[in-house]
Design a protein around this ligand. Structure first.
Ligand code: FRU
Length: 503
């Protein structure tokens, strides 16, 4: 049974979305975005016969989360993307009639196979679809849903999103969930054929009572669980901590997956931006790299999003490795350097304590790479997207405090529209005794991704005078030396104007 890939009969609401999206000055140009409408989680991430496939949660009809499809794009370099036909469309009946929610792609003996969450009413259940050899046509399994209910002996808060892998002769799967009154969890299942699943038990369960309102609360439900080995002795369990209306942030446990359980060593924040890097998914590519994408949610009002015609940005692809301190180290894939243009080198040397506007570096599509040396007690600030009068500006700050390093983002003046989210963000910065700080800042209109000593912080910013907010500057408190400062204008990854909403 191949599902219907024709346009729905009423697409009037979608008219002009792609054109409006294309005109929006806040639309990123070297991050992946959907052609228009709504985008959320990365799905089905795979490197298949030399081609990277990025599927994503997509509503091509409106910039709102409703009747979610699976959009699809391909790339050979993780930089330039080609829109492919929509992969999954909610059924006219059946278990996914209200949406094809998040899931993964696995190689079932050469058959590309999707495991995703079919949404019907307010429930989600695991479904399967198989693909053509080019991954462009998908056929839903008539047996869907392949698991008919969450485990019966537990009071599950939700049941969605999948991590599926082959282990010896069997398939194993995690489904994200929570146990009411206990905490978030991932249910482990086993199967011989991806169609009939035996419930094994919860792999690991969080403690929801430990809620201090902090960005390390593990929530009442775990969305988008992702389990992988990162070296011979360490496994990583990534999840998006969720609690209806209050909590959306990505966390990870390091530890050991053995038998049917995960024994945690430590819990960490995956990205200091919190909900601005949500629902990540990763895959191992043919170069044995762990590649991860996340969803950069919006920080402007629903009304502004509706006017813009599009919403949701995919993060830049990141390479994830394990640091000597046992925490993940994240960096944008090196392939991104292909978009670098007009290299500017700012002279090295000590920074004085007055603010210096760098007239040689300006723009709203930038890649800035700096190495700083901070004396004890010192703070360095990089300002981006500054208007000539300084009224709008976004400040990235790194500090070497007696308590340790701190990376901080100030968005209070990023855009002066009071409806914008301006919450500051911060997180711990690993520092060695020499006080060296690597700071990489990627500015792409409203998308901002910061990497400092391996720690990421993603966010969204919306200057109200976007054409003027192109200034860059630097300042310091205390003794800071610029060891190196390189900047590039980034070329757009998409150049052909509005893209078809329904490729
Ligand atoms: C995470 C999430 C998933 C779900 C999908 C629906 O952002 O809520 O749990 O499958 O998005 O679009």
């Amino acid at each position: 049974m191949t599902h219907d890939l024709t346009l729905p009969s009423d697409i009037s609401g979608a008219e002009g979305l792609a054109e409006r999206a294309e005109r929006d000055p806040h639309r990123p140009r070297f991050h992946f975005t959907s052609p228009g409408g709504w985008l959320n989680d990365p799905n089905g991430l795979t490197h298949w016969n030399g081609v990277y496939h990025l599927f994503y949660q997509y509503n091509p009809l409106a910039p709102a989360h409703h009747r979610i499809h699976w959009g699809h794009a391909t790339s050979t370099d993780l930089v330039h993307w080609t829109d492919e036909p929509i992969a999954l469309v909610p059924g006219s009946d059946g278990p996914d009639r209200d949406g094809c929610w998040s899931g993964v792609l696995v190689d079932d003996g050469g058959v590309p196979t999707l495991v995703y969450s079919g949404r019907h009413g307010n429930r989600e259940l695991p479904c399967v679809a198989t693909g053509s050899a080019d991954l462009r046509r998908w056929t839903k399994d008539p047996a869907n849903p392949v698991i008919s209910a969450p485990p019966r002996d537990l009071d599950a808060t939700a049941f969605r999103d999948h991590c599926v892998w082959r282990e010896g002769q069997v398939w194993r799967q995690l489904v994200g969930s929570g146990i009411r009154g206990v905490g978030g969890t991932a249910f482990l299942y086993e199967s011989d054929d991806l169609r009939t699943w035996r419930y094994v038990g919860p792999l690991l369960t969080g403690d929801a009572s430990q809620n201090r309102g902090e960005l390390d609360w593990t929530g009442t439900m775990w969305e988008c669980v992702d389990l992988f080995g990162i070296d011979d002795d360490t496994d990583v369990l990534i999840f998006s901590a969720w609690d209806e209306g209050t909590t959306y942030h990505p966390l990870y446990w390091t530890g050991r997956y053995q038998g049917d359980t995960f024994t945690p060593t430590a819990l960490h924040r995956l990205d200091y931006g919190g909900r601005y890097f949500y629902a990540p998914q990763s895959t191992r590519d043919a170069h044995s790299r762990r590649i991860m994408f996340g969803w950069l949610q919006e920080g402007r009002s629903d009304a502004a999003t509706a006017r813009a015609g599009w919403c949701g940005v995919m993060s830049l692809p990141r390479v994830v490795t394990l640091g000597a301190d046992g925490q993940l180290v994240q960096a944008p894939v090196p392939e991104l350097a292909r978009l670098r243009r007009d290299h500017v080198r700012v002279p090295a040397g000590p920074l004085d304590n007055t603010y210096t506007r760098l007239h040689s570096v300006r723009g709203d599509q930038l890649d800035i790479e700096i190495t700083l040396r901070l004396a004890p007690g010192a703070t360095a600030r990089l300002v981006v997207r500054e208007t000539p009068d300084g009224a709008e500006r976004t400040v990235v700050e790194v500090s070497r405090l007696p308590t340790g390093g701190v990376l901080r983002l100030h968005r209070e003046a990023s855009g002066l529209d009071p409806s914008l989210d301006a919450e500051p963000r911060h997180g711990e910065l690993p520092l060695s005794g020499d006080g060296l700080v690597d700071l990489r800042v990627l500015v792409d209109h409203s998308a901002l991704e910061i990497f400092s000593n391996g720690r990421p912080l993603a966010a969204r910013i919306y200057p109200t005078r976007p054409d003027e907010a192109v200034g860059v500057g630097i300042s310091a408190d205390g003794d800071v030396t610029v060891e190196s400062f390189d900047a590039w204008r980034m070329a757009p990854a998409f150049t052909d104007g509005p893209r078809p909403l329904w490729p």
